[in-house]
Design a protein around this ligand. Structure first.
Ligand code: FE2
Length: 249
């Protein structure tokens, strides 16, 4: 799905999204930098032919992907990266404290072990990756005409990350599972979830001049996306938990 001149939605499952690829895939965004493509998140890696077909329908191939930036280590965001790296030779980036678990396919640290037989098939395996580059807070990633700044936003996961940059004249926030449409969040009963850091990160990100917001699940927004961040922040500042992401089980 072409969204703006250089941004495409190339993965999205039916449970929380647009039904383009495997049903539990997160939203996967492709950015055409003018010198290769960046993917934001990678989906589950299940039914890869579906994602390839979407990418090819826009005139690209997997081999055009030069970088995959993973917002966090949950399987629906990160498990597609291994296969894409093998086929394209791209660089895979992830939050510094989560990169090793992704590289090693650690099903306990990433909480996949808890979700097998539930959200994920029993035989689902977290694939190891050749190399995952550790991204520090505030680090820039530049390809072609596009520079993206990565911010650590712990809360949803150990070192959950958002990606911010100007594309096609808009300030875009790729928010992963940090914040969704209407200020929803996703707080799960997992060992690495932390609420105060989550609230603090929301306050920090609310200070960015955000226009478009592209969340990891559900709808995106091209204007006034800052309202999503502000809505979540208002709940946190009232001592409450923001609305949970609505989804089908
Ligand atoms: Fe997640």
């Amino acid at each position: 799905m072409k969204i703006t001149e250089h941004i495409y939605l190339v993965g999205s499952g039916s449970r929380w999204g647009f039904g383009l690829t495997n049903e539990i895939d997160c939203n996967v965004f492709l950015i055409d930098t003018g010198d290769g493509c960046i993917l934001i998140d990678s989906g589950t890696g299940l039914e890869p032919e579906k994602m390839d077909a979407v990418i090819e329908s826009h005139g690209f191939t997997v081999k055009d992907i030069r970088a995959v930036i993973l917002t966090h280590y949950h399987a629906d965001h990160a498990c597609g990266a291994s296969r894409i790296q093998k086929e394209s030779g791209c660089t895979v980036y992830a939050p510094a404290l989560e990169a090793e678990a992704i590289q090693e396919g650690d099903e306990d640290v990433t909480s996949l072990a808890l979700a097998k037989g539930g959200l994920y098939p029993l035989d689902f395996v977290y694939p190891k990756s050749e190399q995952v580059v550790k991204v520090e807070d505030g680090q820039n990633v530049t390809y072609g005409n596009v520079t993206l700044t990565c911010y650590h936003c712990p809360g949803h996961s150990l070192q959950d990350m958002v990606v911010f940059g100007e594309i096609d004249g808009r300030n875009c926030l790729f928010s992963g599972d940090f914040v969704f449409a209407h200020g929803q969040v996703l707080i799960q009963p997992l060992a690495d979830v932390t609420l105060k850091p989550y609230a603090d990160a929301m306050q920090r990100i609310a200070g960015l001049p955000i226009e478009a917001v592209f969340p990891g699940h559900g709808v995106f927004c091209l204007e006034n996306g800052i309202q999503y961040v502000q809505a979540a922040l208002a709940k946190f500042q009232s001592g409450l938990i923001p609305q949970q992401l609505y989804y089908f089980t």
